[in-house]
Design a protein around this ligand. Structure first.
Ligand SMILES: Cc1ncc(COP(=O)(O)O)c(C=O)c1O
Length: 431
């Protein structure tokens, strides 16, 4: 790990901290950075990934799909065939994205009752880039946006990097509390503030695993209209529904006031880095300008891979296979939570997606506890990462999509032991 020290007068050499044996770098460029860098924060997820790559750690952190479930022979054949077709995949493509993929996506979106044409879609480098571009085109320093509490750390970081003021509103079993959103919007209106957008992950949310009810989706759409703001709907997990047909996406309820973000990361491969945005035309145009400045275009090669893969893959069969695996892993995790966690610990029971959200007694701090968990060779994401204001300290996110079932059970067992020890310590100190 490297550490940077703010020292504008120094010459900028690298030294070694004798005690921690960390590499320290004097940052002599302090006076040159934009104000924006002040609000950038390190993603705890990313820091953790470094630890979780160690093979001895049971990584319940991260949010990766189980790519071993993919047909790798098929993938490599497709890659070979694409390369035989000529050099176009090795060249730049259009900023809005590979047209055959956008055409295919109109059908994928039609399955969600979202009517769109290829000209309503921009292909992005995963939906993370969609979030970043949305931040770029809407947020001035200090602008307010509304999000769920907790919310996806990557989105918070993207919006914070544009110096957004993020107001997070609590959720319950039916998702975002709409009456609280209404109260907040009214308060803001009194102060002359219109939030730039309301960011939601309505289905199988990251990190809580929760889903917003249809009734609340309808209310949210009305509220956004009434207060003259926009909804940004991040639907990364919608298709990974374990029990029933997933609920209507918010975009279907108000196509003209919702920016929809999709991704192939969770249903195919995050390594391909292909996502998309469906947006009303004027917004789409701005997104394309922003994307041109960011990266010119997404990978010509991987857009073709996705297109070719799904051209010969029945989506229903494909999803059924993945869902079958994830249901077993979810059940393994929930059973292990039931079996091992001490009283006083609560957790969500997701009906889709990748995550279980665990709430410990208020006096525990999962950021501090992480080092002990890693000592016991298990990792999770501390809850604090999912709140812009640093709350959520007694919570943590557990991922079940990536590890095999036996590891999930053992991981939760180790984690429960750490939690129990922390609770015991608290009791013995009578804090
Ligand atoms: C809710 C949500 N949105 C967006 C992303 C970004 O995914 P990608 O950029 O791989 O599409 C993630 C990844 O974990 C996510 O959980």
């Amino acid at each position: 790990m490297m550490l940077y020290i703010n020292a504008p007068q120094t010459t900028g050499e690298q030294v070694k901290d004798q005690q921690s044996s960390q590499e320290l770098f004097f940052d002599k460029w302090q006076h040159l950075y934009s104000d924006r860098t002040e609000s950038m924060r390190s993603s705890e997820v990313r820091d953790l990934l470094a630890v979780t790559e160690r093979p001895d750690i049971i990584a319940l952190a991260g949010g990766a799909p189980y790519t071993k479930a993919l047909n790798l022979d098929k993938m490599s054949r497709i890659l070979g065939e694409i390369m035989k077709d000529g050099p176009a995949p090795l060249n730049y493509g259009s900023s809005e994205g590979y047209e055959p993929l956008r055409v295919w996506l109109t059908k994928f979106m039609a399955d969600e009752d979202v009517a769109c044409t290829p000209d309503d879609i921009v292909i992005t480098d995963g939906s993370q880039q969609g979030l970043e571009l949305v931040g770029k085109i809407f947020v001035n320093p200090g602008d307010t946006i509304i999000a769920e509490a907790p919310s996806y750390v990557g989105a918070l970081n993207a919006f914070l990097s544009y110096q957004a003021n993020i107001i997070q509103i609590e959720c319950d079993d039916n998702g975002l509390k709409i009456d609280k959103v209404a109260e907040e919007l009214e308060q803001l209106k009194k102060r002359g503030i219109t939030p730039r957008f309301i960011y939601v992950i309505p289905s199988f949310q990251n990190p809580s695993g929760g889903t917003m009810s249809l009734a609340r989706r309808k209310k949210l759409v009305k509220l956004a209209r009434a207060y003259n703001t926009l909804i940004v709907e991040d639907n990364a997990y919608r298709r990974l529904s374990f029990e029933e047909e997933p609920l209507a996406s918010i975009k279907t309820l108000d196509p003209d006031n919702v920016v929809y973000l999709g991704t192939f990361s969770k249903i195919l491969s995050p390594g391909l880095r292909v996502g998309w945005v469906v947006a009303p035309r004027p917004i789409r145009e701005k997104l394309i300008f922003a994307k041109q400045a960011a990266d010119l275009c997404s990978s010509s090669l991987t857009q073709r891979v996705v297109t070719a893969y799904f051209a010969e893959t029945d989506m229903k069969t494909h999803l059924k296979k993945l869902i079958g695996i994830y249901i077993k892993r979810r059940d393994k995790m929930l059973n292990a939570c039931e079996e091992y966690f001490p009283r006083g610990v609560k957790w969500t029971k997701p009906k889709g997606g990748f995550f279980v959200w665990v709430t410990l007694p208020e006096y525990l701090d999962t950021t501090n506890m992480l080092a002990k968990a890693v000592e016991q060779k298990v990792a999770y994401v501390p809850g604090k990462a999912f709140f812009a204001d640093g709350t959520g300290r007694n919570c943590m996110r557990l991922n079940y999509s990536f590890m095999k079932e036996s590891d999930i059970r053992e991981g939760v067992r180790r984690l429960a032991e750490v939690v129990e020890q922390e609770m015991e310590l608290y009791r013995s100190l009578k804090l």
